[in-house]
Design a binder for this molecule. Sequence first.
Ligand code: 5GP
Length: 110
Amino acid sequence: MPTLFTRIINRELPATIVYEDEHVVAFKDIAPVAPVHIVIVPRTEIKGLSALPDDGDHRHILNAAKTIAEQLGLTGGYRLVINEGRDGGQSVDHLHAHLLGGRKMTWPPG
Ligand code: 5GP
């Protein structure tokens, strides 16, 4: 059964895609928590950060975040978040990072 995000990647569900390359697809979050809220998802279905293979090249989400932030003009900064597991606030079991920007972030997060 494909994940929700795989269905978005495959264009079976609608989303506003802002970036894609051979490794990742990025789209606007359906329930944004900041003026800019982009979800960056690897095309490969990895359940979450805890399921990331120990080997392999894992630069792609970070590189995509940097590129998207530049494209969106987030010159003042931004935040990249990965929620892992239920305690971490993960609700979709397909590894993804949240790119948040367009306002000043606060710390600690909720
Ligand atoms: P998580 O809670 O797993 O870290 O993040 C999942 C994110 O996916 C949430 O911010 C949620 O708003 C977003 N989301 C859930 N369903 C959809 C959808 O159908 N379309 C889009 N664009 N985002 C979604």
